[in-house]
Design a protein. Structure first.
Length: 204
């Protein structure tokens, strides 16, 4: 069987990704990270959600902050992933409507002490927007993690982590790197200080 040479396509993909990384707005990302850090220090809840691949990213955020960092610190992160409970999602979608699957879960729960993070490649996912709008009505700040042109979520958000690229795979790749980048930085800030500067991840 003749092999296909994918090397040029592989190289082109990662060259595009590198270009997009180099064009990220670090000031915007820094502001969003400060919003997350302030919510953590104030012991607020950080609600996060997305659809499809963005749902997977949201779940990964919760894991990395609630376990990955929080295992080693007394003041734990309080991430709550709104797309993780399948039974709840299906019940809301079936009985009320898919556009309400996230807003319903934060109704009369989210406060001005909390933070809402919406992940949407297009920035126009209606269920994410509905929850973001409700969060703002209740005084909570909103972080929008978006791709393409950012859509309505970018306009609505108080803080932005935007990937300016019209390619869902690259957008989602970099959304995942936001999680790992922040986990590493917050881990170094909160855990390494606690352990007198020693990074226990280096032992694994």
């Amino acid at each position: 069987m003749e092999k296909v040479d994918f090397k040029n396509a592989i190289k082109e993909y990662y060259e595009r990704e590198i270009r997009v990384i180099n064009n990220l707005d670090l000031d915007e990302i820094n502001e969003a990270m400060n919003a997350i850090y302030e919510t953590y220090k104030n012991q607020g809840t950080i609600y996060i959600c997305g659809n499809g691949g963005s749902a997977s990213t949201a779940s990964h955020f919760q894991n990395d902050f609630n376990k990955g960092i929080s295992e080693y610190i007394d003041n734990k992160f309080r991430f709550y992933c709104l797309n993780d409970n399948v039974a709840t999602l299906m019940a809301i979608a079936n009985d009320i409507g898919y556009e309400e699957v996230f807003r319903f879960q934060i109704t009369n729960k989210i406060t001005d002490k909390d933070l809402f993070i919406g992940i949407s490649g297009s920035g126009n996912s209606k269920n994410v927007l509905n929850a973001a709008e409700y969060a703002k009505e209740k005084g909570a700040k909103v972080v929008g993690i978006t791709g393409y042109t950012g859509g309505k979520l970018k306009e609505l958000a108080d803080y932005r982590m935007h990937v300016d690229e019209c390619d869902m795979q690259i957008d989602e790749d970099l959304h995942m790197t936001f999680d790992h980048m922040m986990m590493k930085i917050f881990y170094n800030l909160l855990v390494c200080d606690k352990l007198t500067g020693e990074n226990i991840n280096d032992k694994h």
